[in-house]
Design a protein around this ligand. Structure first.
Ligand SMILES: [Zn+2]
Length: 343
């Protein structure tokens, strides 16, 4: 069983080999803890200037990251590695146990809790631990998400628009190592307090992504998350060997798309029952039908047709059949040439 740690200062992050911990964060209203799973791997083949930090379960009802990171905890072999890898398979451990997006302990969305607060509720204290104790130990940060109950996505890695061209190019190259069908540049303005916001602002090579959705487990999503992380380790020389294709030989290269401003995120104009007519990842043209919004209070009336305002690819579609007015109904993202971003 993992070693229980009450004071994060007790963890020797330089200890050679692989070590599993439960970092205990006391609860806010009763005696007990959220036991944060943490595995620290220090390769026995020497140091590496690029160390990795990998998160799953930042949202509790998204499983591909939890599973892929847990498998890495078991599988990575310190004897065969250089450098350091920090693995946290269930960052919002309480949300993961409850199969919810936000923590049931304090109602906090871990991916809006950064940079955290050492005197805040349990999720804020975990975010503060990550910011102050974990982030300083790695140059590359991977945060593996899925759509949860919110949205359906084509499997993609993602990153925000990054002003610094050198950081942006390195992020784009690492995002591509996951060999997902799409790589999405998404808007920073939709939300704040993200784990990735914080890591990007520190200049780290920061990759997010959507590897499934609907509170299921996508075997393709787990494969891209797991094998993609191994590719990142190979890319930086923490593991020996060449980067590998993850999709079958002959599959198309990842398509880079951007939806980097709020107008790409089309709100549902009224409550209704949603009938999409295209799938996430499909190409779309301006004027094409995306779906129909039905109002059953007048079942003889035609549905409201939702048509795309642009050319591109469907990068996100509302998952549930019952979108509410104002919720994002779909995102049609523009195709971008890799050379524009990755140099
Ligand atoms: Zn998520």
């Amino acid at each position: 069983m993992p070693t229980i740690v009450h004071n994060p200062g007790e963890i020797d992050f330089d200890l050679a080999g692989k070590h599993h911990y439960h970092v205990a964060f006391h609860l806010d209203g009763t005696w007990g803890y959220s036991l944060l799973p943490l595995t620290v791997v220090n390769g026995r083949r020497g140091l590496n200037r690029t160390n990795l930090i990998v998160f799953g379960g930042t949202h509790g009802n998204e499983y591909e990251g939890q599973i892929a990171v847990k498998r890495l905890c078991a599988d990575l072999d310190a004897e065969a590695m250089t450098g350091r890898v920090l693995l946290i398979p269930q960052l919002s451990e309480s949300a993961c146990n409850a199969n919810t997006r936000v923590s049931p302990l304090d109602g906090v969305n871990m991916n809006r809790a950064f940079p955290g607060n050492p005197r805040g509720t349990v999720s804020s204290r975990i975010a503060h631990f990550v910011k102050t104790r974990i982030f300083p130990l790695g140059r590359v940060v991977l945060d593996i998400h899925s759509g949860g109950k919110e949205g359906a996505f084509p499997i993609c890695t993602s990153f925000h628009p990054i002003p610094d061209p050198v950081q942006r190019a390195e992020i784009a190259r690492v995002a591509r190592l996951f060999d997902t069908p799409f790589v999405l540049i998404y808007a920073s303005t939709m939300a704040s307090g993200l784990l990735t916001d914080e890591a990007e602002a520190e200049g780290k090579v920061t990759i997010g992504g959507e590897f499934g959705g609907g509170e299921t487990t996508s075997h393709q999503g787990v494969r891209h998350a797991y094998e993609g992380t191994l590719n990142v380790l190979r890319h930086y020389g923490l593991l020996e060997g060449e980067v590998r294709r993850i999709r079958p030989e002959g599959a198309a290269a990842p398509v880079l798309v951007k939806a980097d401003q709020l107008h790409y995120y089309v709100p549902c104009p009224r409550d209704g029952v949603w009938e999409p007519v295209v799938d996430p990842g499909d190409p779309i043209h301006r004027g094409d039908l995306v779906g129909r919004l039905h109002d059953f209070s007048d079942h003889g009336a035609p549905a409201l047709e939702i048509r795309s305002s642009r050319d591109g690819y469907i990068a996100m579609m509302h998952l549930s059949a019952r979108p509410a007015k104002g919720q994002t109904l779909y995102v049609a993202a523009d195709a971008v040439d890799w050379r524009e971003v990755a140099g």
